[in-house]
Ligand binder design. Sequence first.
Ligand code: ADP
Ligand code: ASP
Ligand code: MG
Length: 420
Amino acid sequence: MRVFKFGGASVKDAAGVQNVYEVLKTVGYDDVLIVVSAMGKTTNALEIVIKDYFDKSKALQASVQEVKKYHYEVILDLFEDEKHAVYQNVDAIFQELDYFLSHNKSPNYSFVYDQMVSFGELLSSTILSHYFTSQNIPNNWVDVRNFIKTDSNYRDATVNWEITQKTISKGIKKNILNITQGFIGADENNFTTTLGREGSDYSAAIFAYCLNAESVTIWKDVPGVMNADPRYFENATLLNQISYREAIELAFYGATVIHPKTLQPLQRKEIPLLVKSFINPILPGTSVSKGVDLEPHLPCFIVKRNQLLLSLSSIDFSFIMEENISEIFKLLHEFKMKVSLIQNSAISFSVCIEDKYANFEALKSILSKKFAVSYNENVSLYTIRHFDEKSKTAIEKDKTVLLKQISRETLQLVTKEIEL
Ligand code: ADP
Ligand code: ASP
Ligand code: MG
């Protein structure tokens, strides 16, 4: 079995959905399981709905309407017959969303977030399934919440592998095209959970692992994994082959083309990950597998924007040692800060963090009681894997460097944000 993941960019409009069908015709679809993300920027649009809902904003109606309008436009383009079953299905999904908005009593933001944001993937998978059927590709729409089982850590749920493995092995039909949702799962009470933003790649890896798939292909708007994000770096070059280890490092440092959690399950079973272009599906793209680190061997550039550089020093000149550091890390964990770089000296400690859940103010006030706290907001973290003199000079040019760290393979710089 092969697992395919189509991200938001690949299904951003009717032409995108038609193109997915073309891709399937080109590369075959027997014994394939498709994991699909929400269409285009739907997840961001639903995040606005959730915010308006909690703020009791007058804009709520309009923000819900925007999500509806977008999806109805897509189906109107795809299905001429307005009596087609897809219309009832999409109506029913939106009725469910409206019902939740008017009946929910839970004040738990993360819980509500997951119940609502998941409508994006339910809609996209429903539309795709109907479209394939209309093009004579029989397929089986799978509600992922019956298969990927997680804890109740809403917005960042952890997979219960044992139950997930059992339900997938037992329940997923082979020899037919299956289509399911990325990003979402369900807890033991069957409430919807999510695996973290951009988590659909990870969903594909979970299915591949549990099904012992022969490969996972993630279909992208780029030719594959490149040695830099082509949006920000001119002359980005395609990497034909990279090892799991290299891919984990690149993803961890912030190469957003692959979600970092994706690699671990695949590596354990040595399932190859192919990153390919949905525009040119016959091109080989990048193969992530066991073997050579990186081919061609080039410096790889990664930039993470919107980071926060936090520096703590002891108020009384005492050392910052294991004990304080473990306390600091406990707090960083509690406040869900994502740490991407650490540096310490005798009496000071700096971390570059990402404040994904807007918790920094609360964290700062706790830390200020014990440490002298200084910070720079809105900094960028540049990483070069396999750096050389030329790439080092190029990256340092024109930047205000706040912190630098060099190891054998990796150079990292924290810089003030610059206009691109
Ligand atoms: P999806 O539609 O699957 O969610 P994403 O937008 O998350 O796709 O990922 C594709 C994007 O990742 C590309 O458009 C590209 O701008 C970006 N990207 C970041 N780093 C790299 C890299 N090293 N190689 C290729 N693309 C990259
Ligand atoms: N739709 C989700 C997001 O935008 C998951 C994904 O696309 O991977 O974060
Ligand atoms: Mg994505």
